[in-house]
Design a protein around this ligand. Structure first.
Ligand code: ZN
Length: 160
């Protein structure tokens, strides 16, 4: 079966930064599962997945714009500590997810104070080309319920 609209894809990935250093890999845990054609993964990855099948391996090189965004200047913001879940454990350089008016954002911790945290709203990987090494492990037709929900169900996918 080929990857196309309304298929559920299981894959392993390894993400590297512009210097080729390992940032993150799914190989330490369950493969990632997603419903194709519903914008659940980066658009550039979805494009390169199209038409592939089980066993396919490829490396997708993504520009900053296609992955974690261009670096924005003057991006340091002071945020009250109550907005952080694990404020006591924050360290500078760490990437954290923050609920903002614009939705869930990944920001970089710059400085931790007693009442507030200075964060850089740039994603730690902003402004650089990154690469994803991908291996397709499974492709199946999506269930009606998955299409209705707009995401894949099961291990590595969405849980309710
Ligand atoms: Zn669901």
């Amino acid at each position: 079966m080929q990857i196309g609209p309304d298929t559920v894809v299981s894959f392993h990935y390894t993400l590297r930064n512009a210097a080729g250093e390992l940032v993150e890999t799914s190989r330490d845990s369950e493969p990632t599962l997603y419903l194709h054609g519903h914008g659940n993964v980066m658009e550039a990855i979805e494009k390169q997945m199209e038409g592939r099948s089980v066993g396919d391996k490829f490396t997708a090189v993504l520009s900053a714009a296609e992955s974690f965004g261009e670096k924005v200047a003057n991006s340091i913001q002071r945020v009250a500590i109550k907005y952080f879940k694990h404020a006591g454990k924050l360290v500078p350089g760490q990437a954290v997810r923050l609920n903002t008016d614009n939705g869930l954002m990944t920001v970089t911790v710059v400085k931790v104070g007693k009442f507030s945290v200075d964060v850089d709203t740039n994603h730690p990987l902003a402004g650089q080309e990154v690469s994803f090494e991908v291996e397709v492990l499974d492709v199946r037709a999506a269930l009606a319920e998955e299409i209705q929900h707009g995401h894949a169900h099961g291990v590595g996918g969405h849980h309710h």
